[in-house]
Design a protein around this ligand. Structure first.
Ligand SMILES: [Mn+2]
Length: 503
């Protein structure tokens, strides 16, 4: 920060990404009517912005007090503001009197306008204005609280940076298969700590599994690797982000810093703990720290943080707070939108297309429902992808993709629904809970029913239809089962192998 960045970070930021500026037009002139202690200060406020000011006052001394201000014209009026002066300019009007009777007398002769403000003397600031008046400045208590909030964040920031200043070397850990929110948060903490000349390594402890996350890490071209246990032993400072040490079932790390938005665990103890379970994403918490510290958020960092927020909140549709939206607003101006678009679209590995094509050709539609039985499949993951895809069909509100998986031999049925017409989790449970494990929530469900060795794939078609549609007319159910069985005679696509990113 101040040591390593001699220039204020905000100025550099403004030059690199010119955000459209909202230009606020100053009023052509303002009129102040009154004589209380705020009259001169209010005139000074506008004079400072070169706004011409007209003052009507019963107090002749105000003329003297306002004499040094350029652009102020003072008119001394008599009869305690009984009537409108003949040369009253157009609004806005600022009424600077403390007693309500005088204020209403003035209000009565002002022309019809909304722009009438009551500017009270010191003792009465913070009170809301009576009817017919607006308050020009927020009550002093409200003005104080954002300042206090900022001071509290800066104190917390100092506590977060202090150990990095001392250690000079740190390790940031993500739990398991790192998701975009963990990656964004880790990069942000690394940026904060690097700004105080700390050497930072970012590590995860599982495997990167999702195609999108591989794509993100490749694009970032930042060294984000799997943890080598020796590194953990050597690290003088360890942070866990978007997780808590208790998440690890084995080799639980000892961390001095924990920053997370998951539910608070009783066993989370560290020198610095910032847990905000009400936040949609850890990336939102980290964006606040970066902004408060005025550490530059470059395009890559903004992109990773933004992707973290949108994936964890399902595009701000789930578990989202004002803080997540505020972070989103800052980041989306800086992020690489085209790369994010590519990331969002990159959901289907090419070999999956043949599986999807087979599914489309062999779909069975019953009212707003689509059912596909893929026969024997190597992994249920493919069923999930096809179900998600086919739920995009107009008029279809729930999809079931089923298949027989070996070891142990079982019928797996993946349920996807819009949650609007049908609670597919409950549907899965009513259909299959007696035979195996089944359940889920409104939009996602799953059932797994063990099969005996002598139960054929054809038998599983009958089981599927009978359980799903318990009240279906038997002749119709029979024809359904026949159709599914006939489909299985068609050659099926090879199971896509593990897909890897090209070089
Ligand atoms: Mn998260």
């Amino acid at each position: 920060m101040s040591e390593s960045h001699p220039q204020p970070a905000t100025r550099r930021r403004a030059r690199r990404t010119p955000a459209p500026k909202v230009v606020v037009q100053a009023p052509a002139q303002v009129t102040i009517i009154g004589h209380n202690s705020q009259t001169v200060a209010t005139a000074g406020f506008f004079v400072g912005a070169r706004v011409p000011v007209r003052v009507y006052t019963t107090n002749p001394e105000q003329e003297l007090a306002l004499a040094p201000y350029p652009g102020v014209q003072v008119n001394v009026v008599e009869d305690a503001y009984a009537a409108a002066p003949g040369d009253l300019p157009p609004p806005p009007y600022l009424v600077a009197v403390d007693d309500a009777a005088t204020a209403s007398r003035i209000r009565a002769w002002l022309p019809p306008t909304c722009a009438v403000f009551l500017v009270r003397g010191d003792a009465k600031r913070g009170k809301t204005a009576p009817e017919g008046f607006l308050t020009l400045l927020p009550p002093s208590t409200a003005a104080r609280s954002p300042v206090f909030a900022r001071l509290a964040t800066l104190a917390r920031l100092d506590r977060l940076l202090a150990p990095a200043r001392v250690a000079g070397k740190a390790l940031i850990l993500m739990y398991g298969d790192p998701d975009p929110d963990a990656i964004g948060a880790a990069l942000a903490l690394a940026a904060l700590w690097r700004a105080v000349d700390c050497d930072v390594a970012i590590r995860y402890t599982g495997e990167v599994q999702r195609y999108q996350n591989k794509l993100l890490i490749n694009w970032l071209r930042k060294k984000i690797d799997r943890l080598d246990p020796e590194e953990l032993a050597d690290a003088p400072l360890v942070a866990v982000v978007d997780a808590q040490p208790g998440f690890w079932k084995l080799d639980r790390p000892v961390a001095q810093v924990v920053i997370d938005h998951h539910p608070v665990r009783e066993d989370t103890v560290a020198d610095f703990v910032d847990l905000r379970p009400h936040y949609g994403a850890t990336s939102s918490m980290m964006t606040e720290y970066l902004l408060e510290a005025e550490v530059r958020i470059d395009r890559q960092l903004a992109t990773a943080l933004l992707f973290g927020i949108t994936t964890d909140t399902n595009d701000l549709k789930r578990k989202t707070t004002a803080a997540d939206i505020a972070a989103f607003e800052v980041l989306h101006q800086k992020a690489d939108r085209y790369f994010l678009e590519r990331l969002e679209k990159s959901q289907i590995p090419a070999p999956m297309l043949d599986v999807i094509a087979w599914g489309i050709t062999h779909r069975v539609v019953y009212r707003d429902h689509m059912l596909i039985h893929f026969g024997t499949v190597r992994s249920p993951d493919h069923l999930v992808q096809v179900a998600d895809m086919l739920l995009l069909t107009f008029g279809i509100s729930w999809v079931v993709c089923a298949g027989v998986v070996e070891k142990p031999r079982r019928l797996v049925a993946i349920f996807r629904g819009d949650g609007h017409h049908q609670d597919v989790g409950r549907r899965a449970a009513t259909a299959f809970a007696e035979l195996g494990s089944a359940g889920g929530h409104r939009t996602m469900g799953r059932a797994e029913v063990p099969l005996d060795d002598d139960q054929t794939v054809d038998d599983s078609c009958a089981l599927l239809v009978k359980c799903l549609f318990k009240r279906m007319r038997p002749s119709r159910a029979r024809s359904f089962i026949k159709t599914l069985q006939k489909h299985l005679d068609d050659p099926r696509p090879a199971d896509p192998d593990e897909y890897e990113l090209g070089a």
